[in-house]
Design a protein. Sequence first.
Length: 121
Amino acid sequence: MATNATTVLNTITETQEKVLDAVLNIEAPVVDYVRKAADYVEPNLPEFPTKDLTEDVPTLRQFVDNQFAFAAKVLDSQHKFVIELLDATKPVAEKVAIQKPATGVKKVTRAAPRKRVAKAA
């Protein structure tokens, strides 16, 4: 039975890795095309008088970094919560079903840091 659990978890992990790889492979060309469009448009834009109005607000980068940091905290908190629920229900779960950890399961790792796309010349 542990072999089936291992197979299922490994299949899930492999599928997750393929999906993430596909997303990462799509992102680089999108960033490249957006950079090319911005490089094309930027020389034709005038200076806007509203530019100084934004000096008292966070940059878009700061805002995005803040939101992703918050999302990571929420996800970590929810992971801890679910683990605590599993621990709390363990005595009941052990009476209902035998739960043995699957062996030989591929370890899920964090995604490698993204490579910066070189600025188009």
